[in-house]
Write a protein that binds this ligand. Structure first.
Ligand code: SF4
Ligand code: SF4
Length: 257
């Protein structure tokens, strides 16, 4: 049973060189998990806004022409501002891939740290498991075999954690921070700071956003609610250390058998 084996990356770089933002006209742009968060493109290599900033800084140091595009945004009708929650890298092959290795390995974003397991809903208890594009990871049949074990969710989480180690902690961290950015947006709405555009045809809203001022969420949030700036910085720093993901898994696995 592969689930019992530890995953070992073979450093083939397949995951860093197949990042296409393929067109999927039926889905993008569109509203998915809310009526006001617009998903502008396919989720390729997705970056939180602070990660996008760091990657841009690294690219500048290395003389790399980096292309990024908004992935998730909220359009504020008060300030006529497109607030970018996440970006996507707009390259087929990551420009930081040098001689088949990541040239910013220690600073690579969460999305790179969490590959290849493809588990969703870990923090909400609605776990779905799928195979990824990694040629050296479990295939669809392997996951089907694992499902036949009929493990309790907590026991399954423990097994996956044992197989992937820190990679899985990054996966949970990504899920937690994805919820966190939605919470920050909701706080801006509740405090009456922003009034998100709703009910627009996605393509119309995307055009409006592209013609207005564009601000990353963390910058906007700190400017509008400065008393929460330190708290936000701490959450972001902790996310880099996978603090939330590790803590969640520790708690979840306490009761696993
Ligand atoms: S595709 Fe899989 S084996 Fe290849 S570099 Fe990525 S994680 Fe490692
Ligand atoms: S940042 Fe590094 S790990 Fe991530 S896709 Fe680029 S080369 Fe690969």
């Amino acid at each position: 049973m592969k689930l019992d084996e530890k995953f070992k990356c073979q450093k083939c770089a397949h995951c860093c060189s197949t990042l296409q933002l393929e067109e999927d006209a039926g889905l993008f742009p569109g509203y998915f998990n809310s009526a006001y968060i617009l998903h502008c493109c396919k989720p390729s290599l997705t970056l939180f806004d602070w990660e996008a900033k760091e990657m841009a800084e690294e690219a500048e140091k290395e003389g790399i022409k980096l292309k990024m595009t908004p992935y998730k945004l909220v359009y504020d009708t008060n300030s006529k501002t497109a607030i970018i929650l996440q970006y996507a890298l707009a390259h087929n092959v990551c420009p930081f891939l040098k001689f088949n290795a990541c040239s910013i390995y220690a600073k690579r974003p969460l999305i790179c740290r969490l590959f290849p397991p493809n588990a969703r809903g870990i923090t909400s208890g609605t776990i779905t498991l799928n195979c990824s594009s990694c040629p050296y990871d479990m295939k669809h049949n392997d996951w089907e075999e694992s499902a036949k074990l009929n493990l309790e969710p907590k026991a399954m989480i423990k097994k996956i954690h044992e197989r992937y180690g820190e990679i899985f902690e990054a996966e949970v961290e990504y899920e937690i921070m994805s919820k966190q950015i939605t919470d920050w947006i909701n706080m801006l709405i509740l405090k009456g700071v922003i009034s998100p555009a709703k009910g627009f045809e996605p393509k119309v809203l995307l055009k409006m956003a592209s013609e207005s001022q564009i601000v990353p969420l963390s910058m906007f949030f700190k400017a509008m609610i400065p008393q929460k700036a330190d708290e936000m910085d701490k959450l972001i720093e902790d996310a880099r250390q996978l603090v939330h993901g590790k803590k969640f898994l520790e708690e979840a696995e306490k009761q696993a058998f």
